[in-house]
Design a binder for this molecule. Structure first.
Ligand SMILES: [Zn+2]
Length: 384
């Protein structure tokens, strides 16, 4: 049985702001004790975390992890090295290939994972064009797949990008119907959508639904011509519509984010939209988090957006927001470096920041993973 004693970590509490330096003892995959000085226990691997933070395990609320044929996904366990312990697969597979996705990309993985189901029969595996013929959408097949995998599928997804979808209003109507029929929230990738305004798109969305790629500098646009957050977005948020960052290859603008953050319009979750095509631009969740700090957010807010707030957005009731004795071990260790950094957003704009978040390792149940820029001393069991 692999037990761990994390020593001298600064435990970041996103709820109470009572950060404290403490040791964390993990036994049988659970947090057995959190206290200032815990004596070493026989058999427990000591992880020296002096100068490092510990928080609840990070959530990346928008990734692509379907590694089947023709798909753009990245093996979900690859995200562990970014300090991520839970990923949400943002609907790469549709009802026609969801079971292949489960077989190739989900079963047997170490990381925790849930999924959206794409409205299109074969999802978005082949790049663009999955909703150019809406007569092929089969709501009964989608519903059947959700009935078969109610635990795995936590939402339904579509893209109304004109390269992908021929009739955005019709597609929004179809996904709304599916969402109501199955009780699953809908998520929309609306970036580049020219057929509908932001207000029209959001009018289809209800409490718990998720608007992705919020800070894209593209139609339908979060900001009006004067650079103010559109009233439609504020109204939608008030009635419970969620806004996800989902950086992606071309959907995060530092100037849009800076303006929106200044006006108090923060994302519900900071997420990457990582896949093989966006990896070079996005790099990782901690890189995306560091970019949001350069755009004005503080560390506690950023950590909350990948723990408590992301869990709430995805309705993950069993994902703890803070580290507590008795809970399953689900911990991310990281450091915050200070210096002069340059970042590049999805439009190629370079901007500067002074802080960089670096993951050092994660403990998930009985396993520790830590082969990062700063490997944790003695954290050898189960190295990813
Ligand atoms: Zn995506």
């Amino acid at each position: 049985m692999a037990d761990y004693l994390i020593r001298h970590a600064l435990i970041l509490d996103v709820e109470s702001e009572n950060d404290r330096k403490a040791d964390i003892l993990i036994q049988d995959g659970k947090i057995a004790k959190i206290a200032p000085e815990i004596p070493e226990k026989a058999g427990a691997t000591v992880i020296e975390a002096e100068g490092k933070y510990a928080s609840a395990g990070w959530i990346d609320a928008h990734v692509h992890a379907y590694v089947g044929e023709g798909s753009i996904g990245i093996d979900p366990d690859r995200y562990l090295k970014d300090g991520v312990t839970f990923v949400l697969e943002a609907g790469t597979a549709g009802p026609g290939n969801f079971e292949d996705y489960l077989k190739t990309s989900v079963y047997g993985k170490k990381i925790a994972l849930k999924s959206y189901l794409n409205l299109a029969p074969m999802g978005a595996v082949k790049g663009y064009g999955e909703l150019t013929d809406l007569s092929k959408v089969d709501l009964d097949a989608c519903e059947e797949m959700i009935r078969r995998y109610p635990e795995e599928i936590i939402g339904v997804k579509l893209r109304i990008d004109p390269r992908v979808c021929s009739d955005a209003p019709k597609a929004m109507e179809l996904i709304s119907r599916l969402s109501r029929r199955t009780g699953r929230p809908l998520t929309v990738h609306a970036s580049r959508c020219s057929q509908m305004t932001l207000e029209e798109i959001l009018s289809f969305m209800k409490e718990g639904d998720v608007f992705a790629h919020t800070y894209a500098n593209k139609l339908p646009g979060l900001l009006d011509e004067s650079g103010n957050v559109k009233e439609a977005a504020r109204k939608a948020r008030k009635r419970g519509v969620r806004f996800d960052l989902s950086h992606g290859k071309s959907n995060f603008s530092s100037s849009v984010a800076k303006a929106a953050f200044e006006q108090g319009f923060l994302p519900d979750a900071i997420s990457t939209d990582l896949h093989s095509g966006s990896l070079a631009v996005v790099e990782s969740l901690p890189m995306t988090m560091s970019k949001t700090m350069a755009c004005g957010l503080d560390l506690r807010t950023v950590i909350r957006k990948v723990t408590a707030d992301a869990a709430e957005m995805l309705r993950l009731t069993d994902k703890a927001a803070v580290l507590k004795e008795g809970d399953r071990a689900d911990i991310t260790l990281f450091s915050l470096e200070e210096g002069a950094y340059t970042f590049t957003d999805a439009d190629g704009v370079i901007f500067s920041g002074t802080r960089m978040i670096r993951p050092c390792g994660v403990i998930l149940g009985q396993n520790a993973y830590g082969s990062f820029p700063e490997p944790i001393r003695d954290c050898t069991a189960g190295i990813y």
